[in-house]
Design a protein around this ligand. Structure first.
Ligand code: SF4
Length: 350
């Protein structure tokens, strides 16, 4: 339940058939072919656009106090979980920052327990990853390309207003060099793309890709809600373009890729800006995608685990992962989860 007393029911938790113990609900959720596991619930970075607070996550991280080995055992007991390189995507730290100082040790413990399953793993951060942590992360990776660290930046100029308690983008990028040094692939995650802010800094993002040798770049949409709008206004972060898009968002049908029922009406249409930015990032030398899991496909040389090319084709760039032909040539075991029915389709009346 959020601070307005509204409650949001994780939508695909039911749809995917994964059975998550009630006491883990602040830390574990699922969507199609993807399980989200958070080493902590909450974040003290206080980002203006963050939606985790809408789900009742606190403004200080509370570590998930469960032995990660128990989570690994639970995964293997779940009939819909598939272990291995072409298996279920493990998205760590959806409800916290993976490398916030209070969370780093727990994140590494989860990686230690889960990496031996060989599943693709994604982590994201707005903090500096120091060399010691980077080495530990590199040592824990089981197979080359398995782990991707998403270094998230929305604005180089306005980060203090937007994300007051994070580390500066220059430090985040320095951390990306550390993890690259220890064999972890990095993705510049330009997320959320804020109308009237992010797009004006295209050249700075492109420079970062070149300077920090970042192989992948993903661009993410913005979500909004009453609380997010209030925070953005209080920090004077609403451009006239965003103002128009916020107003329009309530009048258009929700796009099919919003995976949380409560967020559906909040998805601000920014794909047009993302696609423009993508061309600049591509010219800077990164392999670019719109949907985050596509960077995993590129890094780990697998099909996009969330089936973007098949179910959300408007988000398929396409890229060198070449999912369409790869799927056609894949074995029946690899193709098995990608049924023809669209798992992101909204239920009638939903
Ligand atoms: S081919 Fe399309 S779906 Fe596959 S990884 Fe690239 S952008 Fe994503």
């Amino acid at each position: 339940m959020n601070s307005n007393g509204e409650s949001y029911v994780p939508f695909e938790q039911k749809m995917t058939g994964v059975t998550i113990p009630q006491e883990w609900s602040q830390y574990v959720s699922s969507s199609f072919n993807r399980i989200f596991i958070s080493p902590a619930s909450g974040c003290s970075a206080n980002c203006a656009y963050c939606f985790i607070f809408e789900y009742g996550h606190p403004h200080r991280p509370q570590v998930f106090e469960i032995p990660p080995s128990r989570i690994a055992a639970w995964l293997q007991s779940e009939p819909l979980f598939r272990a291995g390189k072409s298996g279920t995507l493990l998205s760590l730290a959806p409800f916290c920052d993976a490398f916030a100082p209070e969370v780093t040790d727990t994140t590494l413990e989860f990686v230690r327990a889960l990496a031996p399953l060989k599943n693709p793993i994604q982590l994201s951060t707005k903090y500096y990853v120091d060399e010691t942590t980077a080495k530990k992360l590199g040592d824990l990776q089981d197979v080359a390309g398995q782990i991707v660290l998403y270094v998230t930046i929305t604005s180089f100029k306005l980060w203090r207003q937007l994300e007051p308690a994070t580390d500066a983008p220059s430090l985040r990028l320095k951390g990306s060099l550390n993890v690259r040094h220890y064999g972890i692939n990095t993705c510049l995650s330009i997320k959320p793309v804020l109308p009237g802010i992010t797009e004006l800094e295209a050249e700075s993002f492109a420079k970062a890709i070149g300077d920090y040798r970042i192989p992948f770049c993903a661009l993410g949409v913005m979500y909004s809600s009453k609380n997010i709008e209030v925070r953005m206004r209080a920090r004077r972060m609403i451009s006239s373009d965003l103002e128009c898009r916020l107003r329009a968002a309530g009048r258009i049908p929700p796009p099919p890729h919003s995976y949380e029922q409560g967020l559906r009406a909040w998805d601000i249409p920014t794909l047009d800006i993302a696609q423009k930015l993508l061309l600049t990032m591509k010219a800077a030398g990164a392999e670019c995608v719109v949907s985050g899991p596509c960077a995993i496909a590129l890094s780990y040389d697998v099909l996009c685990p969330t089936g973007v090319w098949r179910y959300l084709p408007h988000l398929c760039v396409p890229c060198q992962a070449n999912c369409r032909s790869r799927f056609a040539e894949s074995s029946s075991v690899v193709r098995a989860p990608f049924l023809s029915e669209n798992p992101y389709a909204q239920p009638v009346g939903g």
